[in-house]
Design a binder for this molecule. Structure first.
Ligand SMILES: [Mg+2]
Length: 234
């Protein structure tokens, strides 16, 4: 089988996000922290942006407030949150990612999320080595405290930026995503796959018909089908 490149989204795709994604979880962790508690203003803004972002009313503006609420937070706070988040990736999902890797496929992550969190979650889950590259937004820090965030991938079309100069053939790319920020990438790849854990994503505006999977564990079999003569009509 000729190997594919599989480009994953992170929140909602590799990481189950019901009810909160990784950035919301980091905010909540700090809002509830008993030591170095956030100011009242930051706790109010933090809760407000979580609410608005979950309603999909914030868009890229979320990151500005997110970075402000977290400014001054110790970087090692990310470790505890990441350990907690890693537990959301099931054993069978981890095994499937390793299986895809051992079959020689190249896996990448392109996320509008926080790179420092994603890397730590994958390390804690023991699957970081399965990915050739991980793209996202890295915190800026000084004296081991967060002072801002590098906004590299915040708009949906930004997800196409890391592909430039990589010589990737879209005909051999499987893109897996779960939301509107993934649409440009899903439309670029020859094989777009929608992660639909709750079977409720039918309202996402699809330019063409996406294949759907309900968990990471469904992908190895889906790739097998794709590679066989009797694969799904896509
Ligand atoms: Mg997502």
């Amino acid at each position: 089988m000729k190997p594919f490149t599989i480009i994953w989204d992170f929140d909602g795709t590799l990481l189950p996000t019901d009810p909160y994604d990784s950035e919301h979880t980091l905010l909540l962790y700090n809002i509830h922290a008993s030591d170095e508690r956030l100011s009242l203003a930051k706790r109010i803004v933090g809760r407000t942006i979580i609410f608005l972002d979950r309603k999909k009313w914030m868009g890229p503006a979320f990151k500005r407030y997110y970075a402000w609420v977290l400014s001054g937070t110790r970087m090692n706070r990310l470790d505890g949150v990441s350990e907690m988040l890693a537990q959301k990736i099931s054993g069978s999902d981890r095994a499937s990612l390793r299986d895809i890797y051992h079959h020689g496929h190249t896996q990448m992550i392109i996320s509008c999320g926080t790179l420092d969190l994603i890397e730590r979650v994958l390390e804690n889950a023991g699957i970081k080595d399965c990915f050739k590259s991980i793209e996202g937004n890295r915190f800026l820090s000084a004296n081991d405290r967060i002072i801002g965030i590098q906004n590299r991938i915040i708009h949906p079309t930004d997800k196409l930026k890391p592909l430039k100069g990589q010589g990737l053939d879209a005909d051999r790319v499987i893109a897996v995503g779960d939301g509107y920020t993934d649409l440009p990438l899903l439309d670029w790849a020859r094989f777009p796959v929608l992660m639909d854990r709750s079977q409720t994503k039918s309202r996402l505006p699809e330019k063409r018909c996406y294949s759907k999977i309900a968990s990471i564990s469904d992908l190895p079999e889906w790739i097998e089908h794709l590679s066989s003569e009797n694969g799904p009509a896509i």
